[in-house]
Design a protein around this ligand. Structure first.
Ligand SMILES: NC(=O)c1ccc[n+]([C@@H]2O[C@H](COP(=O)([O-])OP(=O)(O)OC[C@H]3O[C@@H](n4cnc5c(N)ncnc54)[C@H](OP(=O)(O)O)[C@@H]3O)[C@@H](O)[C@H]2O)c1
Length: 304
């Protein structure tokens, strides 16, 4: 039997009974494996995705494990659906201990969605920003927010001027940019939570290169099968490895020490200079709030 993610992350002895986790994008792939691991550790789990049949399968597997679980369908191209997910999570649980902002992908579509913003940026960054903003007051003491980023952020620099002009990017360029946004967001969230005196920790994670998830289904034509075949190449990560990276950031005692860390797998690693730029993080924070028509959540830190 393959080693489960909780053992790979060395958190199999963390007791999650009485804790509630919301894992976005847990109908399949890395998120599904992380959600099932959290259920095995005793957590109540809110499963999220777009596919109701896949959501029902994860929920029933969690029930078989003895975990309390629910599934919420929400398409992250629609900000109202994100708000409904937050409301449902709030109503279902007394509070949240783990928020895993994991849903996302590499999309070829160039359409503008929600408030008229490039689809990839909306699904991968604005939706988790909005979800987190709506759940801030539900996050319990010592809660952790983990955002699934990627090493694909390398090479990207923050460019907020062309997200709404209709000539928007898609594919790898848009993906890299959105993953840079994930890291800037996680770091800025950590700084602002700290400034607010909250004990909530925020990290971002690169789960590894995981051809065994269904990430490749959004690639054009033959590249989907090619991506899956890469699973046999040494050095790639399994879905369990990817989930273990999320679990490490979410549960490992060592990862609680400092907020705003970027983990590549289970190793704390420096992201690029562009991802560590506090001014860019602040610009992104305000741009995101303005785009969504909400007040920027949490006060900025006094010093940077
Ligand atoms: N696989 C890799 O090599 C790799 C590497 C670095 C980072 N990542 C990141 O890891 C995360 C998980 O990816 P994965 O590899 O597990 O891929 P996956 O198997 O395709 O799973 C993606 C999950 O995100 C959900 N999702 C996608 N688009 C959505 C939308 N518009 N609205 C709501 N939910 C949506 C999917 O839900 P439905 O299927 O129900 O729609 C699914 O549950 C992503 O953020 C990805 O960028 C992956």
């Amino acid at each position: 039997m393959p080693t489960p993610p909780e053992a790979l992350a060395d958190v199999a002895d963390v007791d999650c009974r009485g804790r509630t986790a919301l894992v976005t994008g847990s109908t399949r792939g890395i998120g599904r494996a992380a959600a099932l691991a959290l259920g095995r550790l005793g957590a109540d789990v809110i499963v999220h995705g777009r596919d109701p049949a896949a959501g029902a399968e994860v929920m029933s597997t969690l029930s078989d494990l003895g975990a309390r679980a629910t599934f919420v369908e929400a398409d992250f191209t629609d900000p109202d659906a994100v708000r409904r997910l937050a409301d449902t999570a709030r109503a279902w649980a007394d509070g949240l201990d783990l928020l895993l902002n994991n849903a996302g992908g590499l999309f070829q579509e160039q359409r503008l969605v929600g408030p008229g913003v490039e689809l990839t940026f909306h699904v991968n960054h604005l939706a988790p920003y909005l979800l987190t903003a709506h759940l801030l007051d539900a996050l319990q003491e010592n809660a952790r927010v983990v955002t699934t980023a990627s090493e694909a952020h390398r090479g990207a620099s923050l460019a907020l001027d062309r997200l709404t002009d209709g000539g928007g990017r898609a594919g790898m360029g848009a993906y890299s940019h959105s993953k840079l946004a994930n890291i800037l967001f996680a770091r800025e969230l950590g700084r602002r939570l700290e400034e607010a005196g909250r004990s909530v920790v925020s990290h971002s994670v690169h789960p590894g290169f995981v051809p065994g998830s269904q990430f490749g289904r959004f690639l054009p034509g033959p590249l989907t099968s090619l991506f899956r075949l890469l699973g046999v190449v040494p050095g790639t990560s399994s879905v369990a490895d990817g989930a273990a990276a999320l679990l490490h950031a979410a549960l490992a005692p060592a990862a609680a020490a400092a907020s705003g860390q970027y983990f590549s797998g289970q190793q704390s690693a420096p992201p690029t200079n562009a991802a560590r730029d506090p001014e860019a993080a602040q610009r992104l924070w305000h741009y995101s709030a303005d785009a969504l028509g909400i007040d920027a959540p949490l006060a900025p830190p006094q010093s940077r």
